[in-house]
Design a protein around this ligand. Structure first.
Ligand code: 0PR
Length: 387
């Protein structure tokens, strides 16, 4: 017992070296403090393993139910999918399907159109699966240039185009591609669309009209044609503890592209990339979605948007410019040398990230960030610019 106490004391010391979300210094993270109910759920589901679902039929049932709940949120009453380790695994899983479909059509490489803003997880997928990406440039809104996309498809349809990746809530700017327009083109040419809504999936469905930019299209889900898969992560704006990513397909028919035979387990095939996997993410997502409900999420999203606008207002007072009007709860602050500025700020205890597609600092206004934190940060940024 004494030994256990000592070990826990040591662990606590290490843990105390970590930053805490509630201190408001973490400004560049898409994760946040999980909903308080998580602790009890983590304890209850500690030993579950969905890698062998026959042993944990209750947890498996929960996964089916939570996929249905997320599906309904994304206008699909008949989805198929999994709660997995995160957006990276979800995007890789979607690319596995596109690759397999291309293979069935006799192509060794899958030809995929992908926006410049795509998350780096797609680069991992490319390396692993020999995917052939064509990068679609951005338009003035920092979203996928639909005209370029259309022209490219018309000119290259003979070579075969297997998939289009679109983003609903880009990592750097929170932008949403014009997915309804892209969906029309994809339908015409029968092309698979994967939507990366890792971040936006738990934001856009709960965004009140008053926060929507005029002339901007916020539609991104299964209600549109040819949207065959969506990444949507509970461990981002869903408030679930890490790891909880989500991959949803339009229906069960997509499972066959992922299945690998597992003759000696309780189920004879496995579709997820990871074998042994905890049921914690499943149970936590189920519990948090039930506790919060749509109204709870709407409240959280509204609070984040209010704070986002507050940050923009405070920036204006100091003449700090934004790259775009915020589409979601992400703000990009123009900066001549963002690497250097973020390093200086880090030395002062502020942790924010930077954009790749434009010279800017990037702040994700997650639920743990309050107006007081924003005030303190703006003072620190102004100070850093004066020094
Ligand atoms: N797709 C999008 C649009 C993302 O923004 C991210 C991660 C992913 C996929 C991959 O998700 P996982 O990291 O769950 O596999 N976006 C954040 C980023 O790269 C992840 C993050 C979260 C980074 C917290 C830092 C941090 O403190 O910026």
């Amino acid at each position: 017992m004494k030994k256990e106490k000592e070990i826990l004391e040591k662990l606590k010391k290490y843990r105390e070296m970590d930053l805490k979300y509630e201190d408001g210094r973490i400004l560049g993270s898409m994760c946040t403090k999980p909903h308080p109910i998580s602790k009890k759920i983590v304890e209850m589901f500690l030993e579950t393993n969905l890698g062998d679902p026959g042993l944990f039929p209750g947890t498996k049932r929960l996964e089916e139910e939570v996929i249905k709940m997320i599906g309904e949120m994304l206008h699909n009453n008949n989805p198929f999918g999994y709660i997995i380790s995160g957006g990276t695994e979800a995007n890789i899983t979607a690319m596995r399907v596109v690759k397999k479909m291309a293979k069935e059509k006799g192509r060794r490489e899958a030809n995929i159109l992908i926006p410049e803003t795509a998350h780096f997880s797609f680069e991992k997928a490319r390396e692993m699966m020999d995917l052939n990406y064509t990068v679609v440039p951005l338009d003035r809104k920092y979203t996928m240039d639909v005209k370029y996309l259309k022209d490219y498809i018309e000119d290259n349809i003979e070579k075969g185009i297997d998939g289009i990746v679109t983003i609903a809530g880009s990592t750097e700017l929170g932008t949403i591609d014009n997915i309804p327009e892209i969906s029309k083109v994809a339908k015409e040419y029968n092309i698979y669309i994967h939507v990366d809504a890792a971040f936006g999936g738990f934001v856009i469905p709960f965004l009140e009209e008053r926060y929507k930019l005029e002339g901007y299209n916020y539609h991104f889900d299964f209600s549109l044609d040819n949207i065959f898969s969506i990444t949507v992560d509970p461990h981002k704006m869903g408030l679930a503890p890490i790891p909880a990513g989500g991959i949803l397909f339009r229906d069960f028919s997509f499972k066959r592209y992922l299945d690998v035979e597992t003759p000696y387990l309780t189920e004879d095939s496995q579709a997820t990339l990871i074998g042994t996997r905890s049921g914690i993410g499943v149970a936590a997502t189920w519990g948090i979605m039930k506790v919060l409900g749509p109204d709870g999420y709407r409240e959280i999203v509204s609070q984040c948007m209010e704070n986002t606008y507050y940050l923009v207002k405070r920036m204006k007072e100091y003449s700090f410019e934004r790259v775009i009007d915020p589409v979601l709860n992400i703000v990009a602050i123009k900066d001549e040398d963002p690497v250097n500025t973020s390093l200086i700020l880090r030395k002062k205890g502020w942790y924010l990230s930077i954009c790749r597609c434009v010279d800017a600092l990037r702040i994700v206004v997650m639920p743990h960030i309050t107006k007081e934190h924003i005030d303190r940060f703006i003072d620190a940024l102004a100070q850093c610019k004066r020094d």
